[in-house]
Design a protein around this ligand. Structure first.
Ligand code: ADP
Ligand code: MG
Length: 555
């Protein structure tokens, strides 16, 4: 018997799962089914692309059984998927591979509803079985290998791996349900949980139970073991739009995203003609927690003719749309597309390009037809969409209609279009001020002269603004101008008073001497109304924050 220790992080995670998710114990089943589905996807792919698996008889399915013998209740989830060998077991069920899981640990809120949403996102699924099981047993055999292996653990720091028997490849996870989990050895419970979370898993899920028969007098006549398929197992995206209910879309979203809340929207489209493909995209109601991490988990899965290819390809969609969840299913791509081929594939580039157009087009439609609804998108996704202004030149015009800003003239959010409508008859530019903090910006002396002249200024306190907004240049031929810069005052058109300037010269000289190297120049200004002075950035200098950033980088 080979004893192994869990990696320290696994112990930490197990502890957290058990203590934060006890009110959502049922998700262990969703996690096991999702792993089985992944394993079936992987083997299906091999049978279609790898000659050494061509002759394998492959009957993809997931089977759930449960039993009760005396006090001992068990539940098993079995699949005919790719299976694992000894090394795989140690690696997959003994460590935490993904660095994102560290983020998971850091992001736990202690609020079990929120935490249960996180659990799937960060790939800690399997360990959730220890919420319901005193002991878990995994018997598995890897496709193409002769030996089967048994992994056993009670989730208390250690696991054992020993050789075992299994007729064909695949994995069976058997849970010895403790008191905490005894309720799950029930036909109705299992059926209900599968319907709720796994109805749209693309492989059939069979539930095995014993059917009791009665005679006409209601007396027990006998019993027969029965199996019944309990999920719909169809590729939902391949069905026609008008046959799919909103409820089904929402369920499907939850199956693929591990989210428990309904999405903000879905967009289901089919392209026919020179290229044939189907896309189904969703926008989660809340930004994915890893949205601002470099190793975020992409949410769009690629299929070729309904065969799952990858869910780990960040280039399927542009980075600024990384919050999207969904499916791309192409009829034309070759099945064995490698990552390298994908990245250079012209077809893939086309699919991506037109998918982006469609998604942004749908956003524009919502923003125009239901501005109130659009604000719930803005709340979570304004910032990534702003990144798009920087990175997606081709769609900049569209993105400019989607992003929203704070302003000196309106409460809440405003669009550039609305700003433009409010412009004064002789107003020359769209003014904005950038900085770290909205409230500080609102109190800035730089705004005084604009306020006096009734000119609206956009308040930009997002960290990307300083980088992104200067690149925009113009919106519908109106220039965007930063009030932080020294030439901005020229627009205010107030004539400088030559005589007063002459009189102030000695004062300015004196100030320059006192301030020395700390300033480039001291000049009179027409932009202030109440404050005696303010600091501005020279028109030829990078703005203040950029200057700070460059200094931090040693430049
Ligand atoms: P994730 O599924 O997000 O990777 P899990 O904790 O659910 O995280 O599973 C860990 C790993 O264990 C999986 O990535 C997979 O490699 C392996 N695994 C789990 N269940 C199975 C299974 N039924 N068949 C084959 N491999 C499995
Ligand atoms: Mg999993």
């Amino acid at each position: 018997m080979a004893k192994h220790q869990f990696q320290t992080e696994v112990n930490q995670l197990l502890h957290l799962i058990i203590h934060s998710l006890y009110s959502h114990k049922e998700i262990f089943l969703r996690e096991l089914i999702s792993n089985s589905s992944d394993a079936l996807d992987k083997l299906k792919y091999l049978t279609l692309t790898d000659d050494s698996f061509k002759d394998l008889s492959f009957d993809p399915r997931i089977d759930i059984t449960f039993s009760e013998e005396g006090d001992e209740k068990t539940l098993s989830v079995s699949d005919t998927g790719i299976g694992m060998n000894q090394e795989d077991l140690v690696e997959n069920l003994g460590t935490i591979a993904r660095s994102g899981t560290k983020a998971f640990l850091g992001n736990l809120t202690g609020d079990s509803k929120k935490d249960s949403n996180l659990i799937g996102q960060f790939g800690v699924g399997f360990y959730s079985v220890f919420m319901v099981a005193d002991r878990a047993e995994v018997i598995t055999r890897k496709a193409g290998e002769e030996t089967a292996w048994k992994w056993v653990s009670d989730g208390q720091g250690e696991f054992d791996i020993t050789p075992a028997e299994r007729e064909s490849c695949g994995t069976t996870v058997t849970l010895h349900l403790g008191e905490e989990g005894s309720e799950f050895a029930s036909r109705w419970q299992i059926e209900q949980i599968v319907k709720k979370y796994s109805n749209h898993i693309a492989f059939p899920i069979f539930l095995h139970y014993v059917k009791t028969e009665y005679d006409d007098k209601g007396k027990e006549k006998g019993s027969t073991p029965t199996e019944e398929q309990i999920n719909s197992a169809a590729a939902l995206w391949k069905r026609s739009k008008n046959e799919i209910t909103a409820e089904e879309y929402n369920e499907f979203y939850k199956t693929i995203s591990h989210d428990t809340e309904d999405p903000l929207m879905h967009l289901h489209t089919r392209a026919e003609g020179t290229m044939e493909y189907t896309t189904l995209f969703f926008v989660p109601s809340k930004a994915p927690l890893d949205m601002y991490q470099a190793d975020y988990r992409p949410g769009v899965k690629l299929y070729v003719k309904r065969v799952f290819i990858t869910d780990d390809e960040k280039d399927l969609m542009p980075t600024y749309l990384r919050f999207l969840r969904g499916v791309i299913d192409s009829e034309d791509l070759p099945l064995n597309v490698s990552r390298e081929i994908l990245q250079q594939n012209r077809m893939m580039a086309k699919i991506r390009e037109s998918s982006v157009k469609k998604v942004l087009g749908e956003f524009v439609r919502i923003a125009q037809e239901d501005p109130q609804r659009w604000l719930s998108f803005v709340e979570h996704y304004n910032r990534p969409l702003k990144e798009g202004l920087y990175s997606d030149f081709a769609n900049r015009e569209t993105l400019l209609e989607l992003v929203r800003f704070r302003s000196t003239k309106v409460e809440g959010w405003t669009s550039l279009a609305e700003y433009k409508q409010r412009m004064l008859p002789d107003q020359k530019a769209i003014y904005y001020i950038t900085g770290d903090n909205e409230q500080t910006l609102r109190n800035s002396p730089l705004l005084e002269a604009y306020r006096k002249k009734d000119l609206e200024v956009l308040i930009m306190a997002d960290d990307v603004d300083e980088l992104v907004v200067p690149m925009i240049g113009t919106y519908k031929e109106v220039e965007l101008k930063s009030v932080n810069r020294s030439d901005a005052g020229k627009d205010l058109e107030a004539e400088k008073d030559q005589e007063k300037d002459e009189a102030l010269k000695p004062l300015l000289e004196r100030m320059k001497t006192v301030l020395g190297d700390r300033v480039k120049d001291v000049v009179t200004s027409v932009r202030l109304a109440d404050s005696p002075s303010c600091i501005v950035v020279d028109e030829s200098d990078p703005t203040m924050k950029m200057a700070q950033m460059m200094k931090a980088m040693g430049q």
